[in-house]
Ligand binder design. Structure first.
Ligand code: SF4
Ligand code: SF4
Length: 335
């Protein structure tokens, strides 16, 4: 085996390369810090679980989602799915180019995409919520890109939650970024993510993930399995034929073809979030009103106000990544 000479690199050089390759935001986290602070200790999913050799740094890349589709109000508009899928494809290609560049400098590297889940965790239940091998929103917080919001979406100062993420694992000894200390999220007094959510999946610093999955992956594996079950169980050949030719089959086909509607889907909570420098200029006029809001959602939010700060289970479990709240008595985020 030939040993490759390692080029000395700085964090600024790595970030400049990632931006040159198409990323909009880049941050670098220490793999050991992520190892020491898994966001869900009962199910740790650490960088070192992916590779014991090359996870010294977690380089998190973000690509902004375009504003034009955020301005379309219907959560299930396929233009949204396709535009987001194209943004993700571009970011994945940028990440792969970064990996090749790092390896040309002598540093083996690995992409962690936002869509890849561990098949060994699947328990023969299509409705089961499947998670990525590393939580990219949490990694992005550790890499200094933003903080988590009420439904645990990543908020960035530049684009709010309207970004897709990948991570590149690489043991390149460059300086790491630090977490933002103050929360960007405006909390339940804003609550726009909860007001808009079609399946009402937003909780206090948490999310009903299986409910969200029905919308953020509307033509994903659960839909495919259910549709095939319906086909198998149809009483007559004519009913089977109708199901085969239905719009659902057509949408499933389109989603298998491109991923749009399977790995991209609802993002109404991101579209209406007022955080991000892009919101006032690009979105507010179109998304200010929230047609999905209901009196029941308003009541739930009202009950949350004053009851979702430090000491509440939801906040305390995620305070390290949410940051210090500006609207409740301040608490120190976890070290
Ligand atoms: S992605 Fe859609 S379903 Fe999921 S939390 Fe956001 S608004 Fe709700
Ligand atoms: S919509 Fe409001 S409450 Fe929800 S994440 Fe954004 S700032 Fe926080």
């Amino acid at each position: 085996m030939s040993l490759m000479f390692k080029t000395a690199l700085t964090a600024a050089e790595v970030k400049a390369k990632a931006i040159e390759l198409g990323a909009d935001l880049v941050g670098i986290a220490d793999g050991k810090v992520l190892d020491a602070h898994p966001p869900y200790p009962a199910d740790p999913r650490r960088p070192s679980d992916i590779t014991e050799h090359d996870a010294g740094r977690v380089i998190v890349l973000a690509k902004k989602l375009n504003s034009g589709v955020a301005r379309i109000l219907a959560w299930n508009d396929r233009h949204k799915y396709y535009n987001d899928e194209l943004a993700l494809t571009m970011l994945e290609e940028s990440s792969l180019e970064l990996v090749y560049w790092l390896e040309d400098q002598g540093y083996p590297a690995i992409i962690v995409p936002p869509t890849h889940v561990d098949p060994w965790r699947y328990d023969d239940d299509p409705a089961q919520h499947m998670t990525t091998l590393l939580s990219l929103p949490h990694a992005a917080v550790e890499a200094g890109l933003g903080t988590l919001g009420l439904n645990l979406q990543l908020l960035t100062p530049q684009y709010g939650p309207r970004v897709v993420l990948t991570a590149v694992l690489c043991t390149v000894e460059v300086e790491c970024d630090t977490r933002m200390k103050e929360a960007l999220c405006l909390g339940p007094e804003c609550g726009r993510c909860l007001k808009t959510c079609p399946p009402d999946a937003v909780k206090a610093w948490d999310r009903d993930w299986p409910a969200c999955d029905t919308h953020r992956s509307p033509y994903g594996f659960a839909k495919l399995a259910g549709h095939i079950e319906s086909l198998i169980g149809a009483a007559t050949a004519e009913q089977r034929r109708e199901l085969l030719r239905s719009e659902t089959t057509f949408n499933l086909w389109q989603s298998i073809l491109r991923g749009a509607g399977a790995i991209t889907g609802c993002r109404r909570c991101a579209d209406v979030c007022p955080i991000g420098a892009d919101y006032e200029a690009m979105l507010k006029d179109a998304v200010d009103a929230i047609p999905e809001n209901t009196p029941a959602k308003e009541s739930r939010l009202a009950a949350m106000v004053g009851d979702a700060g430090a000491g509440s289970a939801g906040y305390d479990a995620q305070s390290r990544w949410i940051g210090e709240l500006k609207f409740y008595p301040r608490v120190a985020a976890g070290d």
